[in-house]
Design a protein around this ligand. Sequence first.
Ligand code: MEV
Length: 342
Amino acid sequence: MECTAEADTWVGSAPGKLILFGEHAVVYGQPAIAVPVTGVQARATVTGGEAGSGVWLVCCDLPPCEDRGLLPTPDGGAPASGCRYALRGAAADDPLRGAVALALARFSDAERGISGMEPDIVLTITSTIPIARGLGSGAAVATAVIRSLAAYFGRQPSNDEVSGLVFEVEKLFHGTPSGIDNTVIAYQQPVYFVRGEGMTPLRVGSPFSLVIADSGAPSSTREVVGTVRQRWHAEPQRYDALFDSIGAIARIARRHIETGDWRSMAGLMDENQALLEQMGVSSPALDRLIEAARSAGAVGAKLSGAGRGGCILAAAERHAIAAVSGALRSAGAAQVLVTEVA
Ligand code: MEV
C-alpha cells in the first residue's frame, strides 16, 4: 500500500497546536491562548480512484483497522500501521467519515445523501502529530481533509469557513469543544480565544521558544472534559473560581506576550499549572515532567490540553533548551519537540 500520492493530486495540510493558557476554563467562557506547532503536520492528498469506487480512505500513521473496528480490505491493501477502507463501510462514529461528509456536502455541487454524491477518489492521510496527546491531531487531520477536498472541487474556502467545518467535526466527536483547536489550526497563527467571540489574532512582541514533552500516555479530551463538567456540577462555586482565576491569568499572559515579556508570561504557566492541579487534571507523569523541566532551568512549565496524559510545555531561554530537553527525556518523555512562537 502506497502512503504517498503522485500525479493529479489535491493536497491539504495543517499543523498541530499547543494551548499555552486557559484549557478547560475556555469551555466555560474564559479566554485562552493557543499557538500552532508547525514542526508536526497532518496532510491529506486526493487522487483519482477507479470508476464507481466511491471514496477510499488510506490512513497512514493512524491506528490500524482492527483498533478502529474496521476490517482490513479484501484486497489486502492495509498499510503496515494504518488503515485502508471505503467511506461507505465506515462506522457512523468514524471521525474521518464526518470530516469527508461535511466537506462533500459543502464543496461538491450535489445536494444529495452521501452515497449519491461520492466522487471516485482516494484520500491518503498522513500525520506526524502524536495522537491523543493534546496537540490537536484530530482537528488537524480534519482540517487537512477538508482543505484537500476543497482543492479537489476547485474551491478556496476562507480560514473561517474551514474552522467552522472542523468545529462541526469536533462537536461530533468531542462533545462540547470550545472551538479553540479548530481556530488555531485553521488560522495557523497564535490566537487569543474566547468561546463564541470568533478569532482574535495574538501579536507576539518578541519570539520565544517552547519545549514540548509527550508523556506517552493518551489523553481523551472527551473524557477529561466530561469529568471536569461532573465536578463543576458537584462543586460549582469552587470550579467557577478556578475557571475565573485561569481566565485572569490568560488575560495577563496576553499582555506579556504582546509586549514581548515572555519571561513574565512563563511565570504565569506555573500559576496556571497549580490551578489545573487543583482541578484534578494533572497526573504523576505530567507532574514529573514539569518538575524535571523546572529543575533543568525552564522559566515556567505546565500541562497542555485536556490533561491526565498528553503533553507538557516548558518555556526556556535559548541556551537552556538542550538541558531542558535532555532532562525531559531522562524523566521519561516519549518525544520532545521544540517550537518557536513568533
Ligand atoms: C482541548 O484541546 C482543550 C480543552 O480546553 C477542551 C476545549 O477547549 O474544547 C480541554
